[in-house]
Design a protein around this ligand. Structure first.
Ligand SMILES: [Ca+2]
Ligand SMILES: [Ca+2]
Length: 187
């Protein structure tokens, strides 16, 4: 059974998916204008309570595919988003997350958005979903239902620790920045 989250919606993984060991995080999107190449990039910031990454290696993206604690693995860059299903994926093993990290924030940015004059107003069917990697059962999905226009970057969802239990929240916050803007904010 999958839970459809709205913006701001939260679930407790310990309650909704007891026995969950490895979490799959899938992001998908399509674009309305296929004459143009849209390269959306998924990245993750593993944050402490201070809202910062403890070191650069806890910024997991296409050039740093694995966090130092081995808890988070990025499955690689998709350059077009063509086709159905997940376009970019990450795998998380929450029991391995380094102590002190309380938040794993997933963001999506458009590569070279400014140069190519692209924004999320041209992106369709964008979603983030989390599932059990071992059983492939989907746990929750959040479809980006905001009417974005000029935004070029989105904080999409986050896994976060509360009272010793991991939870997931649908964030859906757009920004007119790029990956560097998030690095400036969280590094
Ligand atoms: Ca990409
Ligand atoms: Ca797609």
């Amino acid at each position: 059974m999958t839970i459809n989250l709205k913006k701001g919606g939260r679930i407790n993984l310990a309650k909704e998916a007891p026995g969950l060991v490895r979490v799959g995080v899938g992001l998908g999107w399509d674009v309305s204008n296929y004459d143009n190449t849209f390269d959306l990039d998924t990245s993750a910031f593993m944050l402490t309570e201070q809202g910062k990454i403890p070191s650069d290696e806890f910024f997991v993206f296409y050039n740093n595919l694995r966090s130092p604690d081995g808890a988070l693995v990025h499955k690689g860059d998709n350059r077009t988003g063509a086709g159905d299903g997940d376009d970019e994926m990450l795998e998380a093993q929450l029991s391995k997350v380094q102590e002190g990290i309380t938040d794993i924030l997933f963001v999506v940015t458009i590569h070279d958005a400014e140069i190519r004059n692209q924004n999320f107003g041209q992106v369709k069917n964008a979603y983030i979903r989390i599932y059990d990697l071992d059983t492939h059962a989907q746990i929750a999905q959040y479809e980006l239902d905001e009417d974005f226009s000029y935004e070029t970057a989105v904080e999409f969802g986050r896994l976060y620790l509360k009272n010793g239990e991991w939870r997931f929240m649908a964030v859906g916050q757009g920004y007119s920045t790029g990956l560097q803007g998030f690095v400036d904010k969280y590094a």
